[in-house]
Write a protein that binds this ligand. Structure first.
Ligand code: SF4
Ligand code: SF4
Length: 196
């Protein structure tokens, strides 16, 4: 029985396994190519949108160089890989005149409003070498200030380059944005009347 299995059954199973493999190869061989010959060809915009690259910041719609981030630290606390570093901004130091005015108001028993720190962060660093792309930071950001980039052609030649200053990257992206087209001027009333 042992010889029969070794000399007959096993070769049949091996051939079957080979045929299954060849069937899969044949199926994909006849399908159109989904890869591109980079750099002669590049990935189209539609497919780029579904690419999940490194994490990056999202800017405010009216001020794309400033992140929507409110420095709540939720992403830093929840990141399982400890790859995010956020530093909050400090409140601006009052000028000597402002300090004197505040002191005088305090002495007069008035309620003094001290300058508040801006909400957006002073530093936002990200270590791509540690990131597992789990998406926890993106899903839990209350300000919807994080996303996966579609930076598909980005390469780094050292670990150091993979530690990204996300604020600097956001500023660069905002500078590369095409200037918004000027709003169309409203039609002069006289011309509009003439046409009517
Ligand atoms: S990116 Fe979002 S979660 Fe992280 S500190 Fe900013 S607001 Fe908070
Ligand atoms: S994707 Fe995951 S591992 Fe990467 S920074 Fe966000 S929470 Fe951390």
């Amino acid at each position: 029985m042992g010889k029969f299995k070794e000399n007959v059954i096993q070769p049949i199973l091996d051939c079957w396994s080979l045929l299954v493999g060849l069937k899969i190869t044949g199926k994909y061989f006849c399908k159109p190519l989904i890869t591109v010959h980079y750099p002669r060809q590049v990935i189209d915009d539609e497919n780029l949108q579904t690419y999940g690259g490194h994490v990056e910041l999202i800017g405010k719609p009216k001020d794309p160089a400033t992140p929507k981030c409110i420095s709540c630290m939720m992403c830093v606390t929840n990141c399982p890989s400890r790859c995010l570093t956020v530093v909050k901004q400090k409140a601006p130091k009052p000028t000597p005149e402002e300090e004197a005015a505040m002191k005088a108001a305090e002495e007069a028993g008035e309620k003094v409003k001290k300058p508040k720190a801006p909400k957006n962060p002073a530093k936002f660093k990200y270590d791509y070498t540690l990131c597992s792309l789990c998406g926890t930071c993106i899903d839990n950001c209350p300000a919807k200030s994080l996303k996966f980039s579609n930076n598909v052609y980005w390469v780094a030649t050292s670990r150091k380059e993979m530690k990204i200053d996300l604020l600097a990257r956001l500023k660069e992206q905002a500078n590369e944005m095409p200037a918004a087209a000027p709003a169309p001027k409203p039609e002069a009333p006289a011309a509009a009347e003439k046409e009517a």
